[in-house]
Write a protein that binds this ligand. Structure first.
Ligand code: ZN
Length: 58
């Protein structure tokens, strides 16, 4: 089995892991129904985007 020739240094290990942490996803409040929604997407609760009804909701 192949074995690494050199020990992986602290800087290399830490820089590899620098992207491992999870970030909280962005969210905003709907201007129509004030429910949390994904920014730049039609609100799944009321179907409004930019003050207009885009999709029909019950
Ligand atoms: Zn809404």
């Amino acid at each position: 089995m192949a074995v690494p020739k050199r020990k992986t240094g602290r800087a290399k290990t830490n820089s590899r892991r620098s992207s491992h942490s999870l970030e909280a996803t962005a969210s905003s409040l709907c201007s129509q129904c004030h429910e949390p929604k994904v920014p730049h997407r039609v609100c799944p609760t009321c179907g409004f985007y930019n003050g207009k009804e885009i999709i029909e909701t019950n």
